[in-house]
Each structure stands twice: as C-alpha cells, then as structure tokens.
Design a protein around this ligand. Structure first.
Ligand code: FAD
Length: 415
C-alpha cells in the first residue's frame, strides 16, 4: 500500500518514519529543498507537555489588548480585510472561556505527554543527539506575573505535573549567567520538561526513514489532491499525477488550500513568530535549560554554544518578512537576562508561521474522504507533539487502535 505524505516539516517527517515502520511504501512530497524548512526550522525548541496550553485562555483577550499599547510587545496585530482572519479571531474569542480552555488544554496535553514518551523511544532507538537540555524554567519579573500564573498552577496541581516555585536566589543559583540587575520576583521550574533542536531531529529522522526506504521528493509543490467519488487516488504534484492508496496531509499552513477544494474547511490561520539564533561570546555563561520570560512570552533556549531567542505572535499579515519591532523585543529580552553574552549583530534572524487552530489542539486522523488523513494544526507546540501525532497517524492508517483516545482531536470536533 502506497502512502503519500504532503509536507516534510517535523510532523511529516516523523509520520513518514512511523508509516514505513508499519510496512507501507511511503513517498514524502515537499515544496522546499529539504526537511524542516518552514515552521519547524527556527522554533524555540521547547518540549513542555506539563505546560502545553492553548493561546485561547481566560484573561488572554485583555492581555492582548494591553500588549497593543506597549512598545516591546509579544503580540503584533496587523488587521486586514481578510474574512478568514476575522472568523478565526471570533472563534478564538469563544474558546477563551474557562470551560473551553480546560477542555482544549487537556486535549493538547493528552497528545503532548504521549509525544514526549514517543520522542524518548525514538531518540534512544536511533541514537539522535539534537542539542537537548533538561528542564524548563519560567522567569517571573514581578508579583503580578506570579499572580497571573495562578490558573496554570492550579491545572498543574490537578494533573499531577511536577513543578517547583523558586525564590529569586534559587533561580540565580540554577542560572548563574542570569543578570543580577534585571528585576526578578521568582521562577517556576518544570524539571521534567526539556528542549532540543527540532531541525536537527527532523534531519536525523529523515536519514533513518530514507535508509528504511522512504522516498523524499523535494522542490515539488502538491497542487491538488485527486479523488474518484468518495476515495482519494493520489496527488497532482509538479504537473504530474502520483497515484497513492492513501494521502496524509502534514502541510501545516499549506493544508487549508489543499483541503478546501475537497469540501473540507479548516479554521486554521498562520500566526507568525520570530527567532534569533546567536553564538555565545567567549567565556559567557548562557542559559542552562530552556527559559521563558513570562512577561514577554519569549523563550531563551540553549543550543550547544548558541542561544535561540524566540517569540512574538503576529496576527493578520501572512507575509513572512522580518519586522524590526518583533526583533527588538527578542533582543531586549535576551540582553535583559544575559547582558553581553551574545552579539546580536551576528545573529540569524528568522520568521515562521505557526499553523494555528483557534482552540489549540491539532487535527489528527481520518477525513470524510476514504484514504485521506490529517496531521495538522499543531500551532505553537508542534515540536512537542510531533512524535506522538505521527505515531497516532501511523496507527490510524494501518488500522491499529492508537494508544491515546482521539476524542476531540479529529475533524469531528468542527462538524
Ligand atoms: C517562533 C516560533 C516558536 C515556536 N516554538 C515552539 C516550541 O518551543 N515548541 C514547540 O513544540 N513548537 C514550537 N513552535 C511551533 C512549531 O514550530 C510548529 O507547530 C511545527 O513546526 C509544525 O510542524 P509542521 O510539520 O506541521 O509544519 P512545517 O514545519 O511548516 O511543515 C509543513 C511543510 O509542508 C510543506 N508544504 C505546505 N504545502 C505544501 C504543498 N502544497 N506541497 C508540498 N509541500 C507543502 C511546507 O513547505 C512545509 O515544509 C514554534 C513556532 C514558531 C513560529
């Protein structure tokens, strides 16, 4: 049985690997020249199932409004006339109610915890090193930041996730490179969460998949999914028909355009984000684990002798151009915490688009068309959910019951 995977981001690459393990003939079709070149390229690298959370949460609309009036804001809003953006925002607002937030968060965590276990199995099996670091520490600048954390802490307690609140002195002891002058009210440590370089991981899984017989076709754009009646028969790609028994869509923000002609409408909108990757200066002490500045929603992640600073949610504009306002916030946060540790004139700046659904959880599993499957919409936590989502899809396509319940994670939730 031949399965085509559309998209070679972290989701498509991991899906292809697990599908091949199940004995399928697998072809991955990717419009870019290599794997992990869009959202999976410059992300913050954080794998924090304990803290995976939908952006639609109580208090968030107010927070977003207040950010609009700040000069170094983690949220940029560029309103346009596109009805898809306004529809997405309206749905997002409805999902901010407490009851919806709890449902959405538990769906996301179900995938993320499962995914972390799959990631560990896969890295042990393949012996992958991907600049990983253990632990995830939230930096809380003020008493207000600590106060705003209360609902998240309540959920951590409820779900039995290990965490510790830290006094400023404890944070400084754990992170000796941290500035002593930037105000710090405390920290929240999630010792079981972790970080790692998503691109390096995707490249290693690609090599393993290819060694196992998966075919990768790069620089090929899938224009259309082909169907006969209620069954998918292949794809039209690069002006060629490629037949298949099943097609798995893992095309992130490219997915709605492929699905709409089949009558499948997905409320996905690209929410842009930025990162800067920069070498540590000689002798500088960088972060020891992934850090998150809660006030600026900006992550600082250690990658070998570099750091990656990532964040900003830019809503509205689909163009992937670097904006000074976003980059300024990244540099401010990094230099607030690690002054002089890196020279940003030599940084590699990046902008990417998160494939965001308004409620937060991804869409996994079957579609109304026979032979068409989805692994999309992982939003701001696709790296943390990649191995688990991919394993679920390999199970679904091979007719095996997945190890996690798919209730609330399939297309059914929008029907
Ligand atoms: C600033 C930022 C920080 C982030 N930080 C984190 C983090 O710390 N932790 C975390 O878990 N997640 C994080 N994310 C989110 C994470 O990066 C994404 O959820 C994840 O990369 C999505 O993977 P993907 O494979 O679905 O998408 P992508 O990597 O975008 O892959 C989709 C692929 O499909 C291809 N494609 C699309 N359409 C077609 C077509 N028609 N034909 C052929 N190919 C096609 C694209 O070229 C692309 O390569 C972050 C994202 C951003 C932007």
């Amino acid at each position: 049985m031949h399965v085509i995977v559309v998209g070679a981001g972290i989701i498509g690459v991991c899906s292809a690997y697990y599908l091949r393990q199940r004995g399928f003939e697998v072809t991955v079709i990717e419009r870019r020249p290599g794997v992990a070149q869009e959202a999976s390229f410059g992300n913050a690298g954080i794998i924090a199932p304990g803290y995976v959370t939908p952006w639609a949460s109580p208090g968030m609309p107010r927070k977003v409004l207040s950010y609009m009036f700040s000069s170094e804001s983690p949220v940029l809003f560029r309103p346009n006339a596109n009805p898809a953006m306004w529809r997405w925002l309206a749905r997002w607002l409805r999902e901010c109610r407490l009851q919806r937030y709890r449902v959405n968060k538990s769906r996301m965590q179900r995938v993320a915890f499962y995914s972390r276990a799959q990631l560990h199995d896969l890295r042990n099996q393949l012996g992958i090193q991907y600049e990983q670091a253990q632990g995830y520490l939230q930096l809380l600048r003020s008493a207000r930041d600590i106060e705003l954390l209360a609902p998240a802490r309540a959920m951590l307690d409820e779900s039995g996730v290990a965490y510790r609140m830290l006094e400023p002195a404890e944070v400084h002891e754990m992170e000796p490179g941290l500035s002593a002058t930037t105000p710090l009210a405390g920290g929240l440590l999630l010792p079981e969460d972790e970080s790692g370089n998503c691109t390096i991981f995707a490249q290693a899984v690609r090599r393993a998949a290819e060694d196992d017989g998966v075919r990768f076709r790069f620089n090929v754009d899938v224009q259309r999914i082909l169907r006969e009646g209620d069954r998918v028969t292949g794809v039209l790609a690069g002006a060629r028909t490629i037949p298949a028994d099943a097609v798995l869509i893992a095309a992130a923000t490219g997915s709605p355009a492929l699905l709409a002609p089949l009558g499948i409408r997905i409320p996905m909108y690209p929410i842009k984000g930025y990162s800067a990757t920069v070498a540590l200066s000689d002798g500088a002490i960088g972060p020891q684990r992934a850090l998150m500045d809660e006030a600026y929603k900006t992550a600082i992640t250690p990658f070998a002798n570099r750091i990656r600073v990532a964040g900003t949610a830019e809503i509205g504009d689909r163009e992937l151009v670097l904006r000074d306002a976003a980059l300024r916030t990244l540099i401010k946060v990094a230099t607030d915490w690690f002054p002089g540790a890196a020279r940003f004139s030599g940084a590699k700046f990046w902008v990417g688009a998160r494939p965001m659904l308004p409620d937060g959880a991804p869409l996994l599993g079957p579609s109304p068309l026979k032979g068409l499957f989805l692994n999309i919409g992982h939003g701001s936590t696709g790296w943390a959910m990649a191995c688990g989502s991919a394993r679920v899809l390999a199970d679904v396509i091979s007719g095996t019951t997945p190890e996690i319940d798919l209730d609330g994670l399939t297309l059914e939730r929008y029907r």
